[in-house]
Design a protein around this ligand. Structure first.
Ligand code: FAD
Length: 506
């Protein structure tokens, strides 16, 4: 069976992955120059054709439909290979995987799965997810898009914006709340498949956005007024909100796949540049601060690797992840902070040459920035991690942070390294800013546990040790900051009596 055959289950994954790596490398470095390409919007058709020709998205498709069966380690390895070449390409595959194919495989009706998977396998179709509305982003549960049923179909109406692949995807999962007879909307949320190639299911793009980065992915505002068959409604196992949580947590646990290749690229570019560049008669790499930045990048590489290994065991669609918020939020928020830090560090090391759209580091800053915003803004996720931990501590009637964390599956081993730091009673009535700081510390402790696990599996020892050192340093700084209790208060009328030059030369 050749690698171009639409049914590629029989190909060993190493060969499948290498084929994808070569195709994307060729598309972005030989056929097109990604540095030039990236100053224009959109993905040239020949790039997409070349990258998609090996049918990478088949990794998400169940075996009975000709796919590779949705093995999470394959999906993450593929996302990582893609983000080494282009973060936008990786996000494109990530959207199709975690926000479309996986929820459809888990919750779609048999008829829709057969139809959609066939079109993905044979015609390289694409799918995305529309949740966000102009008035409702972080508070998505209050979305105003509504649906009604005539008994033969569903009519869905509303406005959605910022959905990745706007105007490009063939399929969408649309989220909406049921409109009752009195016009009010029910609390629960439902998911509907929409096939824009069908009559009555076209979605009108009212405006394309000038997104700051990720130029290859179109975003915009969509007017929804579609009529979809009854079987296009996804079938939640209990409530739609639980389906949403299961979907979002699974997606967040897979962010490390997109992060790993991106961080590795930032690291490799930084190593190559600092070995090559001479400043004041010395190679940059010989300066201590430069080495510090490079070891931090290596630590990020190790942490993202550890998260990938962990998620491979947890994020399969057979698992119900609706209650895995602490872990999923910790992984997503921390790894996206690491992505942004990696890009910032590369730009610092390269200097002015990197401050260009045509430089992978400069672009990396704007391309990775929204990862800290979408699928849960990091500020919010950090405070939610703390909310959940405080709730569990109250239930367990345990106020000592060390005692609680040392008996928890997500943190048991890591806390052993930090008893003196964490051995204090936690105030359960903290302001939100403190909850955010605590959440940041907890996310690093959870990640440290994953690094220890990766070490036990046999990952390179010196990388593990360096990463543990870096994590301990960060955690102790965060806990120190957390224990600093004075707080600045917001001054609303700050412009009054605050002009410095009226005080100059007094
Ligand atoms: C590049 C990109 C891709 C995206 N892709 C998709 C997609 O494919 N599908 C989709 O449906 N949506 C997508 N989104 C939308 C994204 O999920 C939302 O932007 C996100 O949920 C935040 O909503 P908002 O922008 O309306 O900000 P708001 O909800 O207005 O929040 C703005 C900021 O307020 C603060 N904040 C909000 N709530 C709290 C709180 N409770 N506590 C403390 N601070 C808070 C946070 O700092 C937050 O970043 C994408 C966005 C971007 C930028």
């Amino acid at each position: 069976m050749g690698i171009n055959d639409s049914s590629n289950q029989a190909i060993p994954f190493d060969i499948f992955l290498e084929d994808f790596r070569l195709r994307s490398r060729h598309a972005y470095r030989v056929r097109a120059d990604i540095d030039q390409l990236s100053t224009n919007r959109g993905m040239p058709p020949f790039v997409m054709r070349e990258v998609m020709s090996g049918n990478p998205l088949s990794v998400n498709i169940p075996e009975e439909f000709g796919g590779r069966g949705g093995k999470v380690e394959e999906i993450l390895a593929l996302l990582s290979a893609a983000s080494y070449e282009s973060l936008a390409l990786s996000l494109t595959l990530g959207i199709n995987s975690a926000l479309f194919l996986q929820p459809l495989a888990k919750y779609g009706t048999a008829e829709t799965k057969a139809m959609v998977f066939d079109r993905f396998m044979k015609a390289q179709n694409m799918g995305g997810l529309m949740i966000t509305e102009p008035g409702h982003g972080s508070d998505a549960l209050n979305m105003q898009t509504s649906f009604t049923s005539s008994g033969e179909s569903y009519n869905i109406q509303g406005t959605k914006h910022w959905a990745g692949l706007t105007g490009w995807a063939d399929f969408w999962l649309l989220t909406a709340r049921e409109q009752m007879k009195n016009g009010d909307l029910k609390r629960d949320i439902d998911f509907f498949l929409c096939d824009v190639n069908q009559q009555g299911q076209q979605i009108v793009v009212e405006e394309f956005f000038d997104n700051l980065g990720l130029y290859q992915i179109p975003y915009g505002r969509n007017k929804i007024d579609v009529e979809v068959p009854l079987m296009y409604r996804l079938q939640p196992h209990s409530t739609g909100i639980k389906l949403l949580l299961d979907l979002l947590h699974r997606s967040r646990l897979q962010f490390p796949g997109m992060a790993l290749g991106f961080i590795q690229r930032m690291l490799d570019e930084a190593l190559a540049h600092t070995r090559d560049r001479s400043v004041s008669g010395k190679n940059l790499v010989s300066y201590d601060q430069v080495q510090y930045r490079l070891t931090e990048l290596q630590s990020s590489y190790t942490i993202a690797s550890a998260m990938c290994a962990s998620s491979s065991e947890k994020a399969g669609i057979e698992n119900d992840l609706s209650s895995s918020g602490v872990e999923a939020n910790a992984v997503k928020s921390y790894v996206t902070d690491l992505m942004q830090n990696a890009a910032q560090s590369l730009v610092q090391l390269v200097g002015a040459k990197a401050y260009r759209l045509s430089h992978i580091g400069g672009r990396g800053i704007t391309d990775s920035r929204p990862f800290q915003i979408f699928e849960g803004s990091n500020d919010m996720l950090y405070s939610q991690i703390s909310d959940a931990v405080v709730k569990q501590m109250k239930q367990a009637k345990e106020s000592n942070l060390y005692q609680f964390l040392s008996s928890n599956d997500l943190t048991g081993k890591a806390t052993g390294f930090m008893k003196e730091l964490l051995d204090f009673d936690l105030n359960f009535e903290l302001p939100q800013r403190k909850m955010v700081e605590l959440g940041q510390a907890l996310s690093r402790i959870i990640s440290m546990e994953k690094v220890l696990d990766l070490g036990e599996k046999g990952f390179r020892k010196d990388l593990i040790e360096n990463s543990l050192l870096s994590l301990r340093k960060e955690i102790s700084a965060l806990v120190g900051q957390f224990n600093f209790n004075e707080q600045a208060k917001l001054i609303e009328d700050y412009q009054v009596n605050s002009t410095w030059y009226k005080l100059a030369n007094r």
